[in-house]
Ligand binder design. Sequence first.
Ligand SMILES: Nc1ncnc2c1ncn2[C@@H]1O[C@H](COP(=O)(O)OP(=O)(O)OP(=O)(O)O)[C@@H](O)[C@H]1O
Length: 255
Amino acid sequence: MISITNASCVFRHASGREVRALDRISSTIGDGEFVCLLGRSGHGKSTLLRSLAGLNTLTAGEIAVDGRPVKGPGIDRGMVFQEDTVFPWMTVQANVEFGLLAQGIPAAERQGVAREWLDKVGLGRFGDSWPKELSGGMRKRVAIATAFAGGAPILLMDEPFGPLDYVTRRDLQNLLIDLWRSTGRTIIFVTHDIEEALVLAERALVLRAGRIVDDIRVDLTRPRDEEERASPRGIAISKTILGHLELEQHTPGAA
Ligand SMILES: Nc1ncnc2c1ncn2[C@@H]1O[C@H](COP(=O)(O)OP(=O)(O)OP(=O)(O)O)[C@@H](O)[C@H]1O
């Protein structure tokens, strides 16, 4: 279980201006949950995810995994970023094996695990390919296979499907849901896209100005097809989230 207690993060910019990226956030995330972090640009989603990953230090408060405070990255937490995170100088198979190599897993075992995960993401025939020979969507599959193969029970994903076209994105969303359901991993997924959250999440944490302003149970049935998302409950969830994301009303004459 992940517990976040009064987590705050203040950045001081070169101009001397201070930005409170996280403002006394508290929440708990149970094992096996699929949580989307939603919010407008600059409202703290990536900072929270990076803090969970141990890539960012809090200025106050604490994040703990199974009672152990997060002090840096660890093999219990895998990451998938928006940018391509595959190593271009390694074959697809070597990329997926890399995290296992770092854990000291013997060659035969890591080759087997990597092959198994490449099969699961539909790239069984591409182990000997170079990343540059793959499409953007296929490279993202490599990144997903690498994250799952590493064995971390918690996977942290920062807008991983952001740059992809609609159909590729939908395919990868479906793949991710299948892998989540079959493995029971905990997934925390940053998105600014309400539709993506409705397709993926069991729970949506909405961030605004560094605070969690809503914690919504996305209790739609799966598959989350157009019809399900357009159900009264789907529309109600969308409207609630949109209400939190909408621009502040500009009051004429206000400072
Ligand atoms: N390393 C940093 N140094 C200084 N300020 C930062 C740093 N990282 C984030 N910030 C600031 O913290 C605030 C929250 O940024 P964050 O990246 O967490 O937002 P976000 O919701 O993920 O945005 P986006 O959707 O655009 O990625 C922003 O004002 C940003 O400028």
